[in-house]
Write a protein that binds this ligand. Structure first.
Ligand code: GRG
Length: 289
């Protein structure tokens, strides 16, 4: 799996790098690339390719989807590390973008990565029907804005040092992390115009995202900074509302295992077509970074 991720990472990074190379003269390209490469497991891209392969979506189209998702993801990490957000100096094993380039540049590089995502999805070389393009852009916008990542981040910050119910924590994690995973799961089906499977893959995307976030919280609690490439043991110090803070470690592990089983049950009906995606979900559960 590590090898597969590395290979995919090379492919997506190469594509993004070539795409951005037309802007060589712009000053913001350097901090944007710093936020994008190297590093990053490319789990979201892997899910796009796993599902794309299940439904025979063209590789080139999957690359456009993966590049746009990785651009938004890198943007969210750059902004997440800012002093006014989670205030982290280390990301992917190196100084965070604002430490390297300063806060204002990091903000602008992040904003530029957000718009790059939509530039990619509206690019003339992304050869899908215009109606499908609009649908993808609409979907990714909703997953990223106030109803998605940005809204989830707002809740995450506002829940600090408060007692929050499980329902509210789940809603925050589904927005902050789940929504982008949801897009990864449905975007290949949108390209295929396969409306029948949209509901079940939307649900599964949310569950995979939630599982990813729970494991992230477990890594923060039990992992170490060297492996994780970012500072660990921060959630308790910051009084973050997480499933662990509410249910405790053992029950959170049980919760995650149940969630994984739910996802597997959904995938069983796709037989061996779902093997790659199951491998990715196993990796999400076992990961140390
Ligand atoms: C992006 C629209 C938008 C808004 C920015 C700062 C912010 C608002 C949102 C933060 C969201 C955030 C950082 C959620 C956590 C998601 C998460 C678990 C990230 C870690 O993902 P990995 O492990 O990272 O896939 P790598 O480095 O492997 O790519």
């Amino acid at each position: 799996m590590e090898k597969k991720l590395k290979k995919l990472s090379k492919k997506v990074n190469f594509f993004l790098n070539s795409y951005l190379s037309k802007y060589r003269s712009s000053e913001l390209i350097k901090p944007m690339k710093y936020g994008l490469f190297p590093g990053g497991k490319k789990i979201r891209s892997k899910i796009i390719f796993d599902i794309g392969k299940m439904f025979k979506v063209k590789n080139k189209n999957l690359l456009f989807l993966a590049a746009s998702v990785e651009a938004i993801h890198a943007y969210s990490l750059i902004h997440d590390d800012l002093p006014c957000m989670d205030d982290d100096k280390l990301r992917r094993g190196k100084p965070s973008t604002h430490i390297k380039f300063g806060e204002s540049t990091a903000i602008l590089a992040g904003n530029s990565l957000l718009t790059t995502a939509f530039e990619l999805l509206s690019d003339k070389n992304f050869k899908v029907d215009n109606k499908i393009k609009t649908n993808l852009i609409n979907n990714l916008s909703r997953c990223s804005g106030q109803a998605g990542i940005a809204g989830g981040q707002y809740l995450d910050l506002s829940f600090e040092n408060k007692k929050v119910s499980l329902r509210k924590i789940l809603n925050m994690e589904l927005k902050k992390t789940g929504k982008l995973f949801e897009f990864c799961c449905v975007a290949p089906l949108i390209i295929k115009n396969d409306k029948n499977k949209l509901n079940s893959f939307t649900k599964m995307g949310k569950e995979i995202g939630l599982l990813f976030q729970i494991v992230d919280d477990l890594i923060d609690l039990k992992g170490n900074t060297k492996f994780a490439g970012k500072k660990t043991k921060k959630d308790i110090k910051k009084g973050k509302a997480t499933i662990i803070s509410l249910l405790g470690y053992e029950n959170t592990v049980k919760y995650a295992n149940n969630l994984k089983q739910n996802i597997y049950n959904k995938l069983n009906k796709h037989f061996n077509k779902a093997d790659d995606l199951i491998e990715t979900i196993n990796f999400i559960m076992e990961r140390k970074s």
